[in-house]
Design a protein. Structure first.
Length: 162
């Protein structure tokens, strides 16, 4: 279940992000240098609190032992940490419920500033940074959403190898 949701979230993000060819020159405010104390490109061997949940051809996904399933006061269902060639490059945060969506939206807007929202009728938001891209969405029908953080240098390296 986690695997199919992660793949769906990744595919949705990659499909949407591929529409945008031009990346803004200016980074959004407070661009993260990692996630929850793990710096982008950190080697998995240096992290002792990770549990593997999926291993693929070129990437592995982990959960963290005793990870706090909250961002601010929003409840989180799952946080997956992705590694390519043993280097940290992606995070998928999964949540459910409109209340959690509104809490997360407020937190993200305060932290990163105004996002791009290509379609005002859909709850899909993008922050394009110097090296990090963030995608945030909520699906009213399924009552579920994702926050997807991607470290672009490794994401691009991975895409070139496919």
């Amino acid at each position: 279940m986690v695997s199919s949701q992660r793949k769906l979230g990744t595919l949705i993000f990659l499909a949407i992000i591929s529409v945008f060819v031009v990346i803004p020159v200016f980074a959004f405010q407070n661009e993260p240098d990692g996630f929850r104390g793990i710096e982008w490109a950190a080697n998995i061997s240096a992290l002792t609190d990770m549990l593997i949940v999926e291993s693929g051809k070129d990437s592995e996904y982990y959960c963290r032992k005793n990870d706090k399933m909250k961002i601010g006061d929003a409840d989180i269902d799952q946080i997956s940490y992705g590694f390519y060639k043993n280097r940290f490059y992606v995070v998928l945060v999964e949540y459910h419920g409109f209340l959690n969506f509104t809490k997360l939206k407020t937190i993200l807007l305060e932290q990163y500033g105004k996002p791009d929202q290509p379609n005002r009728l859909m709850e899909n938001y993008f922050w394009f940074g110097g090296t990090v891209d963030i995608y945030f969405d909520y699906n009213e029908i399924f009552k579920k959403g994702y926050i997807y953080y991607s470290f672009r240098p490794i994401q691009q390296e991975r895409a070139r190898k496919r």
